[in-house]
Write a protein that binds this ligand. Structure first.
Ligand code: ADP
Ligand code: MG
Length: 327
């Protein structure tokens, strides 16, 4: 009878330790089981499908005379943000080394998740972020210089970040974030296993589509706030799984993210995977912690989970057979 009792725990133990040697930490056997039945994997874009270390490739200011001023104001606002874009902007400013503006009065930096940051510096409201944030704050429409800059860079798959000072767009950054080298192979490998990949992002539609196309993803949700990302996950879960034949089976959804602006969706998913140097929140919410940044570990996690549960079933057959014969 011991063989029956050991059928599950031994397989789980071996499964989790094989996973650990592959850089996959698993919290709990139930998550391991759910990962074997996945229908859909939802990827966050920034920091998950892309390397998450973006660089500023261009900067445009409406008035060249103000260039230095805009850059240094930007740095003051992005100083404390942990968003990868904030780091890119800070690095760019350091390379340009503009004269620092003394901030006699700098208010609290307010972070608007999935949109950007804003702060009052020397009595002026400075905001940095995507078009969505600008729509909410900006009083004057974009100048043609900025519109042309936006079109040029969004067509290339770059993210455009606007800088507004007291409701007027004074400049824009184009940020390029490279796709992880194995993004396309991981998506293809998941497809082979019958798992669909979907991308969600807070970034704009044009950039999102261009990145998705590059890694072979056709279903995209862009311009989504962290709460909307969570809602997308819940909507997917309420649909019938492709495995449903006569009885209704819920779609099993995994969310892969780095925890920046995707913690709510990680919490909603059936299987949450935090990737790379994920934030503490991501690691807290995750069922799987993927230690390496490469995306193929997602495929490895699915394989390990499937093999472990196949092994458990085999162990039961052997144990039952052995017991029946000896009885
Ligand atoms: P993703 O879903 O791709 O990970 P996020 O939800 O983190 O993207 O961010 C969505 C968008 O919000 C970014 O593409 C950027 O335009 C804007 N944004 C977010 N945080 C910042 C910031 N600190 N500075 C400037 N822009 C930001
Ligand atoms: Mg992100």
């Amino acid at each position: 009878p011991c063989a029956l009792g050991l059928a599950t725990p031994t397989a789980i133990m071996v499964g989790t330790s094989v996973a650990a040697t592959n850089g996959i930490l698993i919290k709990g056997a139930d998550a391991l089981e759910r990962a074997g039945n996945l229908d859909v994997v939802v990827f966050d874009k920034t920091g998950t499908l892309t390397t998450g270390s973006p660089t500023v490739v261009a900067f445009k200011s409406t008035q060249p005379a103000l260039l230095e001023r805009v850059i240094s104001l930007t740095v003051l606002v992005e100083k404390e943000s942990e968003h990868p874009i904030a780091k890119a902007v800070r690095d760019y400013a350091r390379r340009q080394s503009p004269a620092e503006i003394p901030a006699s009065s700098r208010g609290e930096v307010e972070n608007i998740p999935g949109q950007g940051v804003r702060c009052v510096v020397n009595g002026k409201l400075i905001a940095l972020g995507n078009a969505r944030l600008m729509t909410a704050l900006v009083v004057a429409s974009k100048s043609t210089v900025i519109s042309e800059f936006q079109t040029l860079h969004e067509d290339k798959g770059n993210t455009v970040i606007f800088v507004s000072i007291d409701g007027i767009i004074e400049g824009a950054f184009a940020v390029s974030d490279e796709l992880k080298p194995d993004a396309a192979t991981a998506v293809a490998a998941l497809k082979e296993r019958g798992i669909e990949s979907i991308m969600v992002t807070g970034d704009n539609w044009k950039t999102a589509r261009s990145v998705a196309a590059a890694c072979g993803i056709t279903r995209v949700h862009a311009e989504a706030s962290p709460e909307e990302k969570a809602k997308i996950i819940k909507d997917l879960q309420s649909q019938a799984s492709p495995r449903s034949a006569n009885t209704f089976i819920q779609t099993v959804v995994a969310m892969i993210g780095d925890g920046i602006n995707d913690a709510p969706s990680l919490a909603s998913a059936d299987v949450a995977m935090a990737i790379g140097a994920g934030t503490d929140i991501a690691i807290e919410a995750a069922d799987f912690v993927l230690m390496h940044a490469d995306l193929y570990t997602v495929v490895n996690a699915v394989d390990i989970s499937r093999k472990t549960f196949r092994q458990i079933r085999q162990n039961y057959i052997w144990a039952l057979g052995y017991n029946s014969v000896t009885i």
